[in-house]
Design a protein around this ligand. Sequence first.
Ligand code: HXC
Length: 258
Amino acid sequence: MVYDNIRLEKQGAIATLTIDRPKALNALNTQTFLEMESALRSLGTDTRVLIVTGGGEKAFVAGADIAEMATIGSERAREFAALGQRVMGMLEHLGCPTIAAVNGFALGGGCELALACDLIYASEKAKLGVPEVTLGVIPGFGGTQRLTRLVGKMRAKELVFTGSHVTAAQAKEYGLVLDVLPPEKLMEHCLAVAGKLLKNGPLALAQAKRVIEFGADQDLRTANELESQGFGVLFGTEDQREGMKAFLEKRPAAFSGK
Ligand code: HXC
C-alpha cells in the first residue's frame, strides 16, 4: 500500500514504520494517524519486531500537527486525541515487540509515540520533551500517564510543567530512553536488538509483552496471576516444546510461532 505521510518497509521479519513528513518535522496530523492505523493493521504474524522512526535529518516526530490543531474546537480536539490514543494503544498492544529509534526531535505527540513503544533508543542529537503547556494545552495521546509510569510522578510533572526539551543523555538519566547512540549507529543498534529478539520464541515475546503491559496497572497478586496464566498458555505451544528440546539437544531453537 502506498502512503503519503509514512513508509512501511519490511526486511524479513523486521518491519520499519517511518513517519515521513520531514517538511513539518514529521508532525502527526489526522491523515498520518489514519495511515499509521492502516499500516499497523496490515502487519501479520510474519512481522516479529517493529521499529518506529522519523524521516529526514532533524526529527523523530516534533509533535501533533499544530497547524491542524490551531483550527479546531473542543469536540474535534477530543476526537483527535482519541484517534491518537487509539494508534498509540495499537502499538502498545501489538503482538510483537516495538522499538522507537528516536533520531531527532521527539516532542509532544512525538515523545508520546516513543513512549507507546516497548524499547526506546535515541541518537545523541535527539531532544525529547512534552512542550504542550507552552501551547496552552497538555499531552493528549496518553503521554501524561505513560511518562509518569516510566519516569515517576515528580520528574513527569517537571517535564510537563516546564515543557523543556531535554538531551538524549538527560533522557537516559531519567529512564526515558534506554541507550544513546551516535546518529549513524542508531538504526544499526536497533536492528541488532531486533535481531536478538528474532532468535527468541515469538509467542513467548508476545506473552511477556502482554503480561508486563497489563500487569503494570494491577496489584502484584493479580499481576502474578496474569503471569502464571501466560506461563501456562505457552506450555500448549510447539515453541515451548521446541525451545526446551533444542536446549537439551544442545542446538539453537527453530521457533515456528505455533
Ligand atoms: C506542525 C510543525 C511542528 C508541529 C515543526 N513544524 N513542528 N508543524 N506541527 N508540531 C514545522 C514548522 O512549522 C516549520 O514549518 C517546519 O516544521 C520546521 O520547523 P522549524 O520550527 O522551522 O524548525 P526549528 O527552528 O529547527 O525548530 C524545531 C522545533 C520546533 C524546536 C522542533 O519546530 C518546534 O518547537 N516545534 C513544535 C514542537 C511542539 O510544540 N510539539 C508539541 C505539539 S502539541 P515551515 O512551513 O515554517 O517550514 C502536541 C500535542 C499532542 O504534540 C496531543 C494532542 C492531542
